[in-house]
Design a protein around this ligand. Sequence first.
Ligand code: GLN
Length: 536
Amino acid sequence: MSSLGKGLASAALGALLQARGYSVRLRKLDPYLNVDPGTMSPFEHGEVFVTDDGAETDLDLGHYERFTGVHARKTDSISSGRIYSNVLEKERRGSYLGKTIQVIPHVTNEIKDFLRIGEDEVDFMLCEIGGTVGDIEGLPFFEAIRQFIHERPRGQCILMHLTLLPYLAASGELKTKPTQHSVKELQSIGLAPDVLVCRSEHPIPEREREKIALFCNVRKEAVVAAYDLKSIYEAPLAYHREGLDQAVLDAFGISPAPRPNLDKWDDVVDRIRHTDGEVNIAIVGKYVQLEDAYKSIKEALTHGGMANRVKVNVEWVDAEDFDREDVGERLSGFNAILVPGGFGERGTEGKIKAAQFARERGVPYLGICLGMQMAVIEAARNVAGVTKAGSEEFDHEKGEKRFEPVVYHLKEWVQGNHTVSRKADDDKGGTMRLGAYTANLKDGSKVAEVYGSTTIEERHRHRYEVDIKYMDKLEKCGLVFSGMSPDGILPEIVERPDHPWFIGVQYHPELKSKPFAPHPLFRDFVRAAVDASRLV
Ligand code: GLN
């Protein structure tokens, strides 16, 4: 079931197989009917993770990248919605030659084709299926997987099943019944798990382990415990101690198994456990009730903390609080302020106030996407005298003209060597500037120093852009445009040389940060917070 840690277990297993010298790719199959998570509310589904090739995917793909360093692709994430839409499109095109379209074989074939993409490129392909065994939406996936295994030589596929062992405090026991039942459910559709990963808050007694092995028909060594951890980055080492990678290689009949090199993960865990000091960072956002909405930002800040060996305490501040509360009172005491991405006008006046507070008080500020746009609007309004400065996004939403569009709706842009065009009334899905784009950084700028380079590639997900029409005016007021698209039309980065640390970026640097390779912007932002904490 959701939140049990399937994504993390998959990601950790990927990392462990890499540690044994294998190449891996991870893939997510989601049973819901949305075509992709691009239009799903962050309140409901958490963050949308964007890949280099511009797919809007499930946040589990973020875990996969953070644990394995393998960049996900469009073809690593699929939903029932996409599968059905592909099938229906083919039907309309006449590709099925007038046949009656059915779940078996048309939908299941579409799923199997997806599983096969790029299968020869890596040693192990790990496919995670979202949802819970028994969900109606999940059935075509399970059937496709049964066929997939049936069609290939023995020993090429194994099944791993994640279950929960609930603890009954009153009787002081762990219950194995739910595990037995979900395995039975799987068996009834022709799937027999080879490895069981059992999530438990308490140590699993030997007796219970034997019981699970016997009744679920798996080997005892293949019943792997998954205990709660202080940090998710302890998962690879913890799973290794519990024998997950060994159980998986045994199930594949790989013997002797190559010895693992876990130095990378030892270092990661050491950096989390042994810190020297802490910093407090405010994230001023809109979706603060659900932390998963800013998952990658939270993780990237943790990585920045690891790079500096400090603990990063994040506090979520609702931007709408500033409608009622004084910004100074709410934000003083933080060593740095981060304003993340977002959509729609709600909360933006509060974000603008947060940017103003950071600028005026010399507090380190990192603005990401909407957070950059807000910093630009703030400077335009309060420093450059464009009093009505705003974003076209807010006028579009309200259907009226209230602002001078310092941030405007982009309808045409260059990607690599072709031009992409969009109309204002295109459907909502995928009509943004999405995926990896190159930016050129100004020589001698703060960001060039942070990156140690003057060309970078970062991932985007937005419809609106800062208008270069305002560049001169803003630069005269101290807001330097230090990163631009290669054609010089789209501002990618703004910074304030007169400020200890003030950077806004139009892209999402958090998506590329890894625990073993913290993103330079987050590393430097946390360092600036450490410097600020020493001043107080
Ligand atoms: N809503 C803004 C835009 O579309 C910012 C998007 C974001 O922060 N990801 O341009």
